[in-house]
Design a protein around this ligand. Structure first.
Ligand SMILES: [Cu+2]
Length: 153
């Protein structure tokens, strides 16, 4: 039984390994949008957070200019930072730069897409359609599956 558990752990480590140990994606030569997800709207609130990873495999600096969704009045690009002991959030109004060859990850507590004026609550299991507009790559339609994360956001 102990051996089985050890094997299971090894399999788990292998399954989890690549995404953690390969921050760069040398095989990518285009702009790739991956791992999109959105958090459920907290009860009675009309805002929600969205997260995504953008891999810029091209040889030009890219910029995420704007985002929108039919499920929200607006989708803003936000950044969180600590101001002393206070967590502050601000909109990146000029668009988010993704330097060539680099990967930018949105995640809870950091960069996020903020859905405001959410028309109907985001419920785990459904997908939120989002339009991302890039300076060079143009428009990308991306589905954001709704799920909770370990932090319960
Ligand atoms: Cu925000």
């Amino acid at each position: 039984m102990k051996q089985l558990l050890a094997l299971a752990l090894v399999a788990f480590a292998i399954a989890c390994g690549p995404s953690q140990t390969a921050p760069s994606h040398p095989e990518v030569t285009t702009l790739e949008v991956r791992d999109a997800w959105a958090a459920p709207t907290p009860g009675g609130v009309d805002i929600a957070g969205g997260y995504v990873t953008i891999v810029n495999g091209t040889d030009v600096d890219e910029r995420l200019v704007s985002a929108s969704s039919p499920r929200a009045g607006a989708v803003e690009i936000h950044e969180m930072s600590m101001d002393g002991n206070v967590m502050r959030m601000r909109e990146i109004e000029s668009g988010l730069v993704i330097p060539r060859g680099e990967t930018v990850s949105f995640q809870p507590g950091g960069l996020h897409l903020m859905f405001t004026g959410v028309t109907a609550p985001f419920v785990a299991g459904e997908e939120i359609p989002v339009t991302l507009t890039f300076e060079h790559a143009g428009v990308r339609e991306v589905q954001f599956p709704v799920r909770t994360n370990a932090m319960g956001h």
